[in-house]
Design a protein around this ligand. Structure first.
Ligand SMILES: Nc1ncnc2c1ncn2[C@@H]1O[C@H](COP(=O)(O)OP(=O)(O)OP(=O)(O)O)[C@@H](O)[C@H]1O
Ligand SMILES: [Mg+2]
Length: 190
C-alpha cells in the first residue's frame, strides 16, 4: 500500500485531494464541528491541505499533531493557521514550532482526521506501526468526549479484512477520493 501511494504522480495526488474534499462535504453534520485535527501528507498519503484551506475559509480551527516532547509515542495537537512556522520532526514530517503555539489536548477536538496505511469494512485501521494515534486516543478523556475519528485514504487503501489488536482505535468513518464510508462499529467512539 505504501509503495503504491508513493508511486502516485503529483497530478494524481491533486485529483485525489480534491476528491477527498468532495467526499467530506457530503457529510453535512461535519460542517458544525469547530475544532479539527488534521495532518500534513507524508509517504504518499492523501493530501488534506485543500481540506484544511477550506476549513480555514469557514473559520474553523485546525490543529496538527506534534510528537510529545515528554510522553513516549504520544501526540500533542498544535494550532495550524496560514503562516504558522513549521519544522521537520525526527521522521522528517513538518510540525508547527511549539514555542508560543496554541496547544490543545486530543480530547478537545471535535473531528480528528487520521492518516492510515490500510482500512477495512469494519473501520479497522492499519497505521505506520508507531502506535502514536492508538496511544494518544486511548485516553479515558477521549472516550468521554467522543470526537469523530475519520481516516483519510486513497480508495485503493481499502482491504477486505485487516488483522487488529485490542489497542487499535477503530474509526467512525473513512473519507477517500471516491466516497465516505461510515462504520457501525460498537467499539468506534462515535
Ligand atoms: N494504548 C496503548 N498503550 C500502550 N501501548 C500501545 C497502545 N496502543 C498501541 N501501543 C503499542 O504501539 C505499538 C504499535 O501499535 P500498532 O502496530 O497498532 O501501530 P499503528 O496503529 O500502525 O500506529 P499509529 O497509531 O502510529 O498509526 C504496539 O506494539 C503496541 O504495543
Ligand atoms: Mg494500530
Amino acid at each position: 500500500m505504501r509503495k503504491k501511494r508513493r508511486a502516485l504522480t503529483p497530478a494524481q495526488q491533486r485529483s485525489a485531494a480534491s476528491g477527498l474534499q468532495k467526499s467530506l462535504s457530503s457529510a453535512i453534520h461535519l460542517s458544525r464541528s469547530a475544532r479539527w485535527g488534521l495532518y500534513l501528507a507524508n509517504d504518499g498519503e492523501i493530501n488534506p491541505l485543500p481540506t484544511i484551506q477550506r476549513l480555514w475559509r469557514r473559520k474553523k480551527a485546525c490543529y496538527l499533531p506534534v510528537l510529545h516532547p515528554l510522553y513516549h509515542n504520544r501526540l500533542w495537537f498544535v494550532r495550524y493557521e496560514p503562516g504558522t512556522k513549521l519544522k521537520p520532526n525526527k521522521y522528517g514530517i513538518p510540525e508547527p514550532v511549539l514555542r508560543g503555539a496554541k496547544r490543545v489536548p486530543p480530547w478537545s477536538l471535535h473531528v480528528v482526521c487520521f492518516p492510515l496505511v490500510a482500512f477495512d469494512k469494519q473501520g479497522n485501521r492499519l497505521g505506520m506501526g508507531g502506535g502514536y494515534y492508538d496511544r494518544t486516543f486511548a485516553d479515558r478523556r477521549v472516550i468521554i468526549k467522543r470526537p469523530k475519528l475519520i481516516g483519510f485514504a486513497h480508495h485503493f487503501q481499502q482491504f477486505p479484512e485487516l488483522p487488529h489488536e485490542p489497542w487499535d482505535i477503530p474509526l467512525s468513518a473513512v473519507a477517500t477520493d471516491q466516497q465516505l464510508h461510515h462504520f457501525r462499529n460498537k467499539k468506534a467512539l462515535r
